[in-house]
Design a protein around this ligand. Structure first.
Ligand SMILES: [Ca+2]
Length: 467
């Protein structure tokens, strides 16, 4: 090095700034972190009292916390499709989990994702963690949908495993240690490596933890934080013997391998994810990227009660009605924290309503890219900046696992239809946050407006028809 140094200085002198470190892109990096089945009330900054989430609470203090943000759906795959493609479940290609004998319906080749949009502006893109939009050999694979780099679970059922014997890196199976390699730890490590990569391009990192989705398991050092802390009803997997002795530990049909103390495991999982997100935030700071990076934290749907999870005990819906698979607020309203030092106002709490399908057009505007036509989403850049921002006159969700259910938000009003042909339930979210009192009979005009909107809200889907 001693001999090289004068040479390098000489080169820099000769060629001026060209030989210096490349200038950073004026376009912002985007770190989008999505938890899995994390409810509106599962962070202490959103009211959780049984455990704390100091890193995410700090992120909220340093940025803006949205109190009326919605996921794309009340379950995983359609929620993530809405996020990636900017369409709600009345127009999206993927409108439900599963749908095919072999598992999930993959994204179509013609779907345009956030990854593809940002790549047109020179972004390097990665998805780390759960994907759930397509498997090897399908057009839904990350590399077919705008992602340069992919690491994690491809199949949603495989993603039920917090410890597995393999992940996928760029479509190739990567063996890992079933006892040691906790999924969340692997994702944090991969995310850090992606952030640390020397590259002059801006980045988009779509980081999908599988927390606190079942199975409920965390490494021992995190479990130790909650030993004997909570009353426990031991979770028993009826197929546990097969799991213990099975030669194929990742066979999803063998059920959840939750730890026997599910309350402790649930708290430990979120605590560990919070710690790891704090480390990634610190890493961005250490690299001087705070003013050039938008960090978003959200969830894909409301809290579940699978594998021993107990949303009532943790008040995981934060006082909202319902959980995952419900069309009430608890199924779809999720945390949204935005931090971008110098751009997103710090210490602000916003009740501006927006949703997963707004992320694509928002990122497109930030990157100076053109969003595809025909989206349901709109750019929410002004809402992020703390400025006056119009929002949608209507928000729409449909859900097909329980027949055909629909939900609409219009201003202060929330309408739910639980079965085709049934009258709409109507709730006044301003007066009745927990949707306790159906006021449809008192507001026929509001119901009529929403009914008229519903006639236009969706296109028919061959795979998920209105039944
Ligand atoms: Ca989920």
């Amino acid at each position: 090095m001693r001999f090289l140094t004068p040479l390098l200085i000489g080169i820099a002198t000769l060629s001026g700034s060209a030989a210096q470190a490349p200038q950073p892109s004026p376009l912002p990096n985007i770190l989008l972190i999505q938890a899995d089945d994390l409810g509106y009330g599962d962070l202490s900054v959103y009211g959780q009292t049984k455990f704390q989430t100091p890193a995410l609470d700090k992120l909220a203090r340093e940025g803006t916390r949205f109190t009326q943000y919605y996921s794309g759906s009340t379950v995983c795959a359609p929620s993530r499709a809405a996020l990636l493609t900017g369409k709600h479940t009345g127009h999206a290609w993927i409108r439900g989990n599963g749908g095919l004998p072999e598992g999930d319906v993959p994204l179509r080749a013609e779907e345009v994702t956030i990854g593809e949009v940002l790549r047109t502006r020179g972004y390097r893109t990665a998805v780390i963690g759960k994907w759930g939009q397509g498997q090897p050999g399908t057009p839904g694979m990350p590399d077919q949908q705008g992602f340069d780099y992919a690491f994690g679970f491809l199949d949603q059922r495989h993603a039920h495993r917090q410890f597995t014997d393999h992940f996928y890196r760029n479509g190739e199976k990567v063996p890992v240690d079933l006892e040691r390699d906790y999924a969340g730890d692997m994702f944090t490590k991969e995310a850090a490596a992606f952030i640390e990569k020397e590259d002059s391009r801006p980045f988009f990192l779509y980081l999908n933890y599988t927390v606190p989705h079942a199975e409920l398991r965390a490494p021992e050092d995190s479990m130790a934080l909650y030993r004997d802390k909570f009353p426990e009803k031991p979770f028993v997997n009826a197929k546990a013997d097969a799991v213990q002795s099975g030669s194929r530990p990742d066979t999803p049909s063998l059920g959840y391998r939750s730890q026997p103390t599910p309350h402790a495991a649930f708290a430990a999982m979120i605590t560990r994810m919070d710690r790891d997100i704090g480390r990634l935030v610190d890493l961005l700071a250490a690299r001087g990227l705070d003013r050039r990076t938008l960090i978003l934290f959200t969830s894909d749907n409301g809290p579940h009660q699978e594998g021993g999870a107990d949303p009532a005990f943790f008040n995981s819906s934060g006082g909202l009605r319902g959980i995952k698979r419900d069309m009430y607020e608890g199924g779809i309203r999720v945390p949204m924290i935005a931090r971008w030092t110098g751009t997103v106002p710090a210490g602000r709490v916003s009740d501006h309503p927006w949703a997963h399908w707004d992320l694509l057009p928002t990122f497109a505007e930030l990157a100076g890219a053109t969003a595809p036509d025909g989206l349901d989403g709109m750019s929410m850049v002004r809402a992020l900046r703390g400025q006056s921002q119009p929002t949608h006159p209507f928000f729409y969700w449909e859900f097909h696992e329980r027949g055909f259910q629909q939900a609409v938000r219009m201003g202060r009003w929330k309408a739910v239809r639980l079965k085709p042909g049934e009258p709409l339930e109507l709730y006044d979210l301003e007066a009745d946050r927990s949707e306790a009192k159906n006021v449809a009979a008192l507001h026929a005009d509001v119901v009529a407006k929403i009914e008229a909107y519903l006639k236009t809200a969706r296109t028919e889907s061959a795979r998920w028809p209105a039944k």
